[in-house]
Design a protein around this ligand. Sequence first.
Ligand code: ADE
Length: 277
Amino acid sequence: MSKIKFTIITLFPEALRPYLNCSMLYKAQDRGVIAIDYLNLRDFGLGPHKSVDDTPYGGGDGMLLRCEPVFAAIESVKNASPDAEVILPTPVGITWNQSLARQFAGIDTPAQTAAEVASLSVSAGKAQNRLEDHSELLGRTKSQESINTKVLAENAQKQPENCLERHFIILCPHYEGYDERILSIVDHKISLGHYVLTGGELAALIIIDSVTRLLPNVLGGEHSAAVESFSAGNNLEYPQYTKPFDFRGQKVPEILLSGNHAAIAKWRAEHSGHSRG
Ligand code: ADE
């Protein structure tokens, strides 16, 4: 059985398949590490036109994803897989990072997860500021957004001890937004950052990619997971070099040729974990 199953609910499965069927993600599926299913939201649409969206009450621009098709699609998955966790990519979610990827991959124990959650609440001020910024971006209220950090904490604590064989349903909204009542069926609201995309598909790809590469038998995942745990999820890597030694005057640091493993490890530790942008 796969370690993680992802069911992606989307209007555009054709936008996702090419990426997910390439390279490491293809191998991960081929090796049975992950399984990916696509559900076309249109199949759950209403009326002869299979409509999935409508205009907002109170007026305003754009169309909103309706509740009925979304609930029908999610319930159709949950009927067979009641413990599946629903992820909603949204700019007002908690910001995706390596710690969350590790948690979703089932690498961190619940205790470690609780520590992450604690550190999230320590930085609640910062998180709240981010959410408020997002709210401004989308014209939402502060009280709506303060739910996000709480939902993450509650769901993290609910997670089973044995995190293997998890099933995530990723709902990809499109159009201008979604009916707020959809949040009642969502376990994890995830934002990629402080900007607005046209839909959730890119977020779904990033979540699946960053979680899958951590799983055993994908990228030598056991090794990278162990290395990353040293850096408490802050795993920006140290600079690496291959041949030639001298490329147009840019030379490889001599220490890396020294054969002194302790000195190399020290150099790498000193040069990792921070942005080199
Ligand atoms: N959908 C639209 N914008 C998004 C973002 N920044 N992160 C996740 N999902 C989104």
